[in-house]
Design a protein around this ligand. Structure first.
Ligand code: HEC
Ligand code: HEC
Ligand code: HEC
Length: 410
């Protein structure tokens, strides 16, 4: 009898051990559909695909070239392929990479990987991202080494960079602010890495923290200030204006072009209404990080030359008084991006033209013609100066040499 009882006890012990092993394995191998869905939303908010996809047929398989002032770097393969992707990584490896910029082998990543922002992310969010990435089809695609100028090829240098400029740590909620403000701050300063483009950089490519989101040139475009500056910032935009721009790529004040059009299509247009509104709440709370630049208007001859070009080529769509037609032809009076200290985005759009970005909320397209061939550097400078300084606008004078430089940026 005693042996039978002992046998039963042993059996049930083994049985419960087996059950716990099985459930553990099942838990590790199969994250819940809710976790995967939340990971997918986070991956969109972080626009991981924007950098980690070179070939749209192989999303997240890496290979996309990212140009930096220090040379080129290729985004790696994030699919679960065990040899060339991150299939063999542990969850801890993954969280450490995102939050500290350190690879499983202990080497440092370059901040072209926005870990200085992702460090603000909670561990739960990194694990949800990992769970979603784990559901992708594995793609065999070997990572390419960076092509950086001497001495930046030495990853060890990034240890020094981190010591000087990297502030690891979670987003610190401000209890005196609303839940929406805190959510917006988490997205803007963390996962959404808006500062990667919108914050001015120092000589070593690190954010100038005191001037956060006060405007920065990126790849031949200008990512304008997102703080509360009156003329060139978001003071004249309401929360609803910001929400509409991020959700549909346009509003009654401006249209998203260049790199921002990609951010809208891949990321902000896919965010939940609550998240986009949270971003708007956070941005509207930012005081101007620095004063507006004082400008002197162009001389009369330059304004006349610019007006002549405008009257001939631009009035058909933008109207003589610049008001255009909201959401079709963006208005030029009071336009913050147009008056920015740096005219790069305006020059890009006049030189190359643009197709209005389409999103599910604003599916109709529109077109701005390209004028690079038709107009000289002097004519483009003149019409730019004219629209930057008419109808109450004020913008620094642009020179033909700046136009010539912008032509080469393409
Ligand atoms: C602005 C471009 C950019 C964005 C956006 C971006 N990454 Fe990356 N990522 C990179 C680059 C570049 C590297 C390689 C850095 C290096 O080699 O030092 C990298 C490296 C990584 C690595 C290390 C992979 C390996 O094989 O060592 C992981 C993991 C990663 N990124 C995950 C993500 C996730 C998750 C997101 C979205 C939340 C994301 N990245 C968004 C550019 C980006
Ligand atoms: C890859 C670079 C990049 C990233 C990342 C980025 N932006 Fe932008 N953003 C730009 C550029 C460039 C423009 C100017 C667009 C144009 O020329 O039409 C812009 C324009 C804007 C504008 C319009 C401002 C105005 O005055 O016209 C808003 C608002 C904005 N971005 C918000 C954001 C937010 C919020 C984030 C983060 C979720 C973000 N951006 C991330 C590059 C970027
Ligand atoms: C055929 C109509 C058309 C003509 C002609 C035209 N534009 Fe545009 N313009 C547009 C459209 C459409 C957009 C929005 C493009 C987008 O969605 O990115 C635009 C955008 C712009 C912007 C960016 C404004 C913003 O906030 O996004 C500027 C600056 C501009 N145009 C200046 C000019 C100038 C200067 C000329 C003449 C040399 C001109 N345009 C001629 C249709 C036109």
């Amino acid at each position: 009898m005693r042996t039978i009882l002992a046998g039963l006890a042993l059996c049930s012990a083994i049985a419960s051990l087996t059950i716990s092993l099985v459930t553990n394995v099942a838990l590790a191998a199969e994250p819940s559909p809710e976790l995967i869905a939340s990971g997918k939303a986070l991956v969109e908010a972080g626009d991981c695909a924007g950098c980690h996809t070179a070939d749209p047929a192989k999303p997240f398989a890496g290979g996309k070239r990212i140009d930096t002032p220090f040379g080129a770097i290729y985004a790696p393969n994030l699919t679960p392929d065990r040899d060339t992707g991150i299939g063999a990584w542990t969850d801890a490896d993954f969280t450490r990479a995102l939050r500290t910029g350190i690879a499983p082998d202990g080497s440092n990543y370059y901040p072209a990987f926005p870990y200085p922002y992702f460090t603000r992310m909670t561990k739960d969010d990194t694990l949800a991202i990992r769970a979603y990435l784990g559901t992708l089809a594995p793609v065999a695609s070997r990572n390419k080494p960076p092509e950086l100028r001497w001495p930046f090829g030495y990853r060890g240098l990034m240890r020094l960079w981190n010591a000087m400029y990297f502030k690891p740590g979670l987003f610190e909620p401000d209890q005196t602010r609303s839940a929406a403000w805190n959510r917006g701050g988490y997205l803007v300063t963390g996962l959404g890495h808006c500062g990667a483009c919108h914050t001015p950089k120092n000589y070593f490519g690190a954010d100038r923290q005191a001037q956060a989101l006060s405007g920065n040139e990126v790849g031949g475009w200008y990512a304008p200030r997102l703080d509360g500056a009156a003329r060139t910032g978001l003071k004249s935009w309401s929360e609803a204006d910001i929400t509409e721009y991020l959700q549909s790529g346009r509003n009654a004040k401006s249209h998203a072009g260049g790199p921002m059009a990609e951010v809208v299509v891949n990321s902000t247009s896919k965010m939940s209404d609550a998240d986009v509104r949270a971003i708007a709440v956070y941005l509207k709370s930012l005081p101007p990080a620095r004063r507006e630049t004082i400008t002197t208007p162009p001389d009369e001859a330059e304004m006349k030359a610019g007006q002549a070009v405008y009257a001939k080529l631009c009035v058909a769509c933008h109207e003589a008084d610049g008001t255009g037609s909201p959401r079709i032809y963006p208005p030029l009076p009071g336009n913050a991006l147009l008056q920015s200290i740096n005219p790069s985005s305006t020059l890009r759009i006049i030189l190359d033209g643009a197709y209005t970005v389409t999103t599910p909320r604003a599916p109709n397209t529109g077109e701005m013609p390209a004028y690079a061939k038709q107009l000289s550097d002097g004519e483009i400078a003149a019409v730019t100066n004219y629209i930057r300084n008419s109808w109450g606008n004020a913008g620094l004078v642009v020179t033909p040499a700046q136009v010539a430089k912008a032509r080469k940026e393409k």
